[in-house]
Design a binder for this molecule. Structure first.
Ligand SMILES: Cc1cc2nc3c(=O)[nH]c(=O)nc-3n(C[C@H](O)[C@H](O)[C@H](O)COP(=O)(O)O)c2cc1C
Ligand SMILES: [Mn+2]
Length: 489
């Protein structure tokens, strides 16, 4: 993999990309970018993203150019981080051979990771254009209608919704969908429990409008931070800065003084009041359904739009998996859960994988080397209840170290042969879910979980029947002897 800046082999230790555009150049040099011209914002972009993502695993990113009806320079980018290589480039990790390499290096990185706060600057490319109050027109950007039953055009899917906690004074920056309601109106859909939702409620309880920035195109590392659950109180800016190794430059917004990435492509500034709501949705979501019915959500009254010349609008289109971000979610979640259960004291973790068919949430697997009775249940319960593994969880499977957690065939073989249904499946109820859950219990707004212990029973480890599989030495010997015929397989 060549690095576009140095023309040398890609090296995780060189300077981080300055912005989305430098990232784009790097992934294109690595052969990971598909350019498509002439796709319409109304359903064509969304459908092309679906076709590409359903065609092969680890699909390329797509740069949509020459959108009909829009100035030539405006582009949209789908799937920025959705492969092992692009994730490694975004995070500044070594070139991987596969997804578990990224998971392992993420977990190693986290052993020394320190949050690094952004630094405030006065100037940046995002200030190249500023539209104020009466002059605002969000339709100048080609926000796509992604799926046929969507209730509108979504300008924010790969976005960062930036808000300040009014009581604790820290800045949250998270990914919540943003639908265009009009020239200077958007809505945000924030599921109960999300930090942005908790922060918004603090403003409303105090009888104040809630200031907000929505960045719609930025360093994809910020999207990785914004779209995955970090702990309450840790700013996604600081977490991403810690991965980057260099603080982000941020500019204080004109109206509310909220920090926006200085390199951002498009940033919307406004505020929400409790008494102005509008219908939001439906929207095709990551579970594969249009599950949350349209609901009334507070309206963001837009006061400023800051944007670069020829902006690149980031998109992340949820759909029946796989989507243009679901693979990156599997890797991030696996690394985060691994890191989190170890921080909680768990030993013996050999690997974690969050399967893509479950949206990296509903079917997660943790592999351990059992060291004591009860170890497997502890691993399963921790993985199911960690901050990064809790929201819309459903199944967690615990396997022994001889099972590859990324290989669903291997995992289900372990379930079939090491999990006694009556004793090895634990349920717990009233867990954190969301209206996006097609099985949400409407009365309690929660769901239930199963931890499936597919490890050999600890007390039987010594005399559990041996696995009927040729030893690695025997396989190597036979492979060598019959190399000619086996090469034809
Ligand atoms: C592409 C994408 C879109 C998302 N859209 C939403 C959304 O519309 N509403 C929501 O509550 N969470 C959404 N999420 C999940 C949140 O981004 C995620 O839970 C994140 O941790 C929220 O940040 P917070 O922990 O600061 O609340 C989305 C995630 C991704 C990757
Ligand atoms: Mn947060």
């Amino acid at each position: 993999m060549l690095d576009v800046t140095t023309q040398q082999p890609y090296n995780a230790h060189h300077a981080p990309h300055a912005d989305l555009r430098e990232f784009l150049a790097r992934i294109e040099a690595a052969g990971e970018l598909l350019r498509i011209r002439g796709a319409h914002w109304d359903l064509e972009i969304g459908t092309l993203a679906e076709i590409v993502c359903h065609t092969r695993p680890e699909p390329p990113a797509i740069l949509f150019e020459d959108v009909p009806g829009y100035p030539k320079g405006i582009r949209l980018l789908s799937g920025a981080t959705n492969s092992s290589k692009r994730l490694a480039i975004a995070l500044g990790l070594p070139v991987p051979n596969g997804p578990l390499d990224v998971v392992r290096s993420y977990r190693d990185r986290m052993k020394t990771h320190q949050p690094l706060p952004p630094r405030v600057v006065a100037k940046g490319a995002v200030l190249e254009n500023i539209d104020r109050d009466g002059a605002i027109d969000l339709y100048k950007f080609p926000a796509p209608r992604l799926h046929e039953l969507d209730g509108g055009r979504y300008i924010g899917t790969d976005d960062l919704v930036i808000m300040r906690d009014p009581e604790e004074n820290w800045v949250n920056a998270a990914t919540y969908r943003a639908m265009v309601l009009g020239k200077d109106r958007v809505s945000l859909w924030m599921s109960p429990g999300k930090h942005g939702r908790q922060i918004r409620e603090k403003y409303f309880r105090a009888g104040k409008p809630c200031p907000v920035l929505i960045s719609c195109g930025h360093d994809p590392l910020l999207f990785l931070a914004g779209g995955n659950e970090l702990k309450f109180g840790l700013s996604e800016y600081d977490y991403a800065g810690g991965h980057r190794g260099v603080p982000y430059d941020v500019i204080e917004s004109e109206v509310h003084g909220l920090p926006m990435p200085a390199h951002a492509e498009i940033v919307i500034e406004g505020d929400m009041a409790a008494d102005e709501t509008a219908w939001e949705g439906p929207f095709g979501e990551f579970t594969g359904y249009y599950a949350s019915s349209p609901s009334e959500q507070p309206v963001v009254r837009v006061r400023r739009v800051y944007y670069r010349n020829d902006p690149v609008l980031g998109i992340a289109s949820p759909m029946r998996p796989p989507s243009d971000f679901s693979f990156s979610k599997c890797v991030m979640k696996a690394g985060m859960i691994w890191d989190e259960v170890e921080r909680a004291g768990l030993s013996g973790v050999q690997g974690v994988w969050c399967h893509e068919f479950g949206g990296a949430r509903m079917f997660n697997v943790i592999a351990i080397k059992q060291a004591y009775p009860g170890h497997a249940r502890q691993a399963g319960m921790l993985a199911a209840s960690s901050q990064s593994g809790s929201y819309l969880g459903r199944f967690v499977v615990v396997v022994d170290e001889d099972v590859d957690p990324t290989d669903i065939f291997d995992v289900m073989w372990a379930v079939c042969t090491r999990c006694d249904p009556a004793t090895d499946i634990e349920f717990f109820r009233r867990a954190w879910s969301t209206p996006l859950d097609p099985l949400l219990d409407k009365a309690t707004s929660t769901n239930s979980r199963a931890v499936i212990d597919a490890c050999r029973p600890f007390e039987r480890l010594k005399d559990f029947p041996p696995v009927a599989r040729a030893s690695p030495e025997l396989v190597a010997k036979v492979r060598e002897k019959f190399a000619g015929i086996l090469a034809k397989l």
